[in-house]
Every structure is written in structure tokens, then in C-alpha cells.
Unconditional design. Structure first.
Length: 234
């Protein structure tokens, strides 16, 4: 994270490694790495159109996270006026997705990262790749109407009582690590280090190629090391 010292970043990473091991990993599953949240935007080229900042194109569970007040990306990049991979030279871009259509995996990752600004961890385990957040960052869906009759009102009241009870029981889990979106490793074709842009040194990105043909780039200074670990979990 840009506002944390290297030591604080390491301490936060170690905290979340332990947290994921306790709360998120399944039986027999091991954690390969976890990337810390970044203060930056998701961008995309989906169906041939540049979107920066990216906004969800498919259904996404609502977030409780406020919209950030960070500096916006450059107009050149946000309007699609860049050439090739020049979008990587804009430091406000942390994730970039390429997808032929909205429902593909890279676009879905961008959808979920976009609504969790500054709080989304990206974790790779021996079984899956996921956008991970604390439970209370995911908003509750509004209850569906049960109708205006007395039976509908009774059902609605009962549902509210049940919801309140569930809320009391789940308060202790508000900070639990949960997946906001994830895919199994069987849907990942490759993961590699990808230096991009025209700056020198070039911007370090981790490239994730999904089997559906879509691709996600993740800005990270340690991308080369993270990509090396991927074959060990296949």
C-alpha cells in the first residue's frame, strides 16, 4: 500500500497470511501468496471499449466501501487515447482487464475490484485465485417484498426478526476474511511477470491469463517472484 512503509507492509502481509490460514483456507488448501490492497483504479478493455475507472458490467454484490477521493487517471488513458500498453505508465492504474465480453473472468475480477477500492486483497491458494475482503465490506442485499396483505406483512416481520438474530450472531465475524469473487485454478491458463509501458524502468505487472481468453494485469513490485510460484500449485 502506498501509504505504508515497507516494514508496515510486511507486517500487514504477515497478519493476513495468518488470517487467511485461519479463516479462509479450506481443508488441505495452502496459501501461495497474498497481495495487499492498493490505492488505485481498475481499468479495462471489454468488448473493445476502454473503461477507466472501470465500473461493474455484470451483477456484483454491493459494497459498504465509499468511493475514493484519489486523483483520477489521466484523460489520455481514460479516453482510450493511449497506444499499446501505455496505460501502464499511469500510476493510478493498479488493475487492467482485457475481455471480449463482460461475463469473462478478467472482467468479473475487474467488476469486484472496482467496488472495493483500497480494501481488496488478491490471494492465490493451491486451489483458487480470489478477491478477498473482510466480511463487513460486503453489503447486505435488501429484503424482497412479501406483498401488502396480512400474510405478507407477517412474513416480512418474521424475516426481520430472523435477520436481526443472524446479525447479532454474525457481528463477531464482521472482520472475517471472505471471498468477494474467486475462480478455481482450473480456469487459469498461465500466470507470468509482465513489465509494461514505456517508462524506464518499465512498470511491473503480474499477468493472469484465464482459459476463457480474458486477461488480467495486476500492478505489483514483486510480480516476477509471484509468477514463479504459480506452477508449483498446478
Amino acid at each position: 500500500m502506498a501509504d505504508l512503509s515497507p516494514l508496515d507492509q510486511q507486517l500487514l502481509r504477515e497478519k493476513w497470511q495468518a488470517k487467511l490460514a485461519e479463516e479462509w483456507l479450506g481443508e488441505g488448501e495452502s496459501l501461495v501468496w497474498v497481495l495487499l490492497p492498493e490505492q488505485g483504479y481498475a481499468g479495462s478493455v471489454v468488448s473493445g471499449r476502454t473503461r477507466l475507472p472501470h465500473e461493474p458490467l455484470s451483477e456484483v454484490t454491493p459494497s459498504t466501501v465509499d468511493s475514493p477521493s484519489w486523483p483520477l487517471p489521466s484523460e489520455l488513458v481514460s479516453t482510450g487515447g493511449y497506444r499499446d500498453d501505455e496505460w501502464a505508465d499511469d500510476p493510478s492504474v493498479v488493475w487492467w482487464a482485457f475481455a471480449a465480453e463482460p461475463g469473462l473472468d478478467a472482467a468479473r475480477f475487474a467488476d469486484h475490484l472496482a467496488v472495493m477500492p483500497g480494501v481488496a486483497f488478491v490471494a492465490l491458494s493451491s486451489a483458487r485465485l480470489a478477491v478477498v475482503v473482510e466480511q463487513d465490506k460486503i453489503a447486505e442485499r435488501p429484503a424482497e417484498s412479501e406483498g401488502k396483505g396480512w400474510l405478507g406483512r407477517a412474513r416480512s416481520a418474521a424475516a426481520q426478526v430472523q435477520k436481526a438474530a443472524e446479525g447479532l450472531a454474525s457481528r463477531k465475524d464482521a472482520k472475517a476474511a471472505v471471498s468477494h469473487f474467486e475462480v478455481p485454478l482450473s480456469r487459469i491458463g498461465a500466470m507470468s511477470w509482465a513489465p509494461l509501458g514505456r517508462s524506464i524502468p518499465r512498470a511491473p505487472f503480474l499477468r493472469v491469463d484465464f482459459t476463457d481468453g480474458s486477461c488480467l494485469f495486476i500492478r505489483n513490485g514483486g510480480a516476477e517472484g509471484y509468477s514463479v510460484k504459480f506452477p508449483t500449485v498446478r
